[in-house]
Design a protein. Structure first.
Length: 283
């Protein structure tokens, strides 16, 4: 029996009769193939990437495992539709803290439709993409009390700017993984990852007498609906955004006091989680 993913933080969602991804109990994530060229682009990417023998194994682990496509009952009630069958990155977690960060100062690309380019121009300008080279697309953070979770609405997430971003779960784990990805992006010229996201995830553990804190963090790349061929050219847009994100996280780690939770919320959001402890997680 497929169900709506509880821990999805961005993108199209399978709620209220809309078309969106589903999960099963065996750790698979079913992403519906969008009917326009986005669906075929994402499938082409996964097919190409999974059979590309030049991708080093230590880089492959940053991508969800691809299990082909399958016809399954779509979440919008429109009948059986083709879905990409992917590894569910949140599987095995009960309190995953997740952040989706869309990389690149621009999400448009020359081959896209005029309409898409115009929409991207607007979103890139109105968010931190243009200024920072990345933007937060969605997040959820568990706190220290049993049911405490901070999952701000999309409109709150979109307002986040450079001085208000706070990174939950910095540390060597995340940083080391981002640096490993960066080294590959400095070299690879096969794909251009337009409008693609870095997903950061760690399991929140409740603070108790013997335990506390959180487990090792994971970095994954998601959303390949706009990947184009690299044609021997470095993906400067993604690489630039990634470098900027790395610098941003490094600065938080070196000056954590300047990035207290109070700086990440606007006055109107202060009734929301996080608490000080929740934001001080280190991964
Ligand atoms: O529909 P919207 O306005 O929520 O836009 C979607 C975006 O949400 P956002 O506005 O950035 O919060 C959404 O962004 P996220 O993945 O949520 O970061 C996608 O960009 C999506 O387009 P595509 O599937 O990548 O082509 C976007 O979908 P399309 O409008 O292009 O179908
Ligand atoms: N393989 C996956 N496993 C678990 N969650 C995923 C996976 N891929 C995507 N997600 C969740 O779904 C969200 C949207 O994914 P994305 O591929 O960007 O969809 P869209 O194309 O609708 O924007 C991500 O922010 C993440 O929360």
């Amino acid at each position: 029996m497929l169900k709506v993913p509880e821990h999805q933080v961005a993108g199209h969602q399978a709620l209220d009769g809309h078309l969106g991804p589903l999960i099963d109990d065996s750790g698979r994530f079913y992403k519906p193939l969008q009917s326009d060229e986005r669906g075929s682009k994402e499938m082409s990417f996964y097919t190409s990437f999974s059979s590309n023998t030049r991708i080093p194994e230590h880089i492959r682990r940053f991508f969800p495992v691809f299990h082909g496509t399958q016809l399954v009952e779509a979440s919008d009630g429109s009948g059986r539709k083709p879905h990409l069958v992917l590894e569910d990155i949140t599987s095995g977690h009960s309190k995953p803290c997740v952040m989706d960060i869309k990389i690149g100062s621009r999400t448009w690309y020359p081959q896209a439709s005029e309409d898409y380019i115009q929409r991207c121009f607007k979103k890139d300008r109105e968010t931190s993409s243009l200024s920072l080279g990345f933007r937060v697309s969605g997040l959820q953070v568990y706190g220290n009390k049993e049911s405490e979770v901070w999952k701000p609405e999309r409109k709150v997430v979109k307002r986040v700017t450079g001085d208000k971003v706070s990174v939950y779960g910095g540390s060597t784990g995340i940083l080391a993984q981002l640096l490993e990805l960066k080294a590959w992006f400095e070299d690879q010229t096969t794909y251009h990852f337009n409008s693609c996201s870095v997903l950061m995830l760690y399991e929140k553990k409740l603070l108790g007498p013997k335990e506390g804190g959180s487990t090792a963090a994971e970095v994954k790349l998601v959303d390949f609906a706009h990947v184009t061929e690299g044609n021997g050219v470095i993906d400067h847009n993604f690489l630039g955004g990634l470098c900027s994100l790395i610098k941003f996280i490094s600065e938080i780690l070196t000056n954590p006091d300047e990035h207290s939770p109070r700086t990440c919320l606007q006055d109107s959001d202060k009734n929301d989680f996080p608490t000080e402890n929740g934001a001080a997680e280190s991964n």
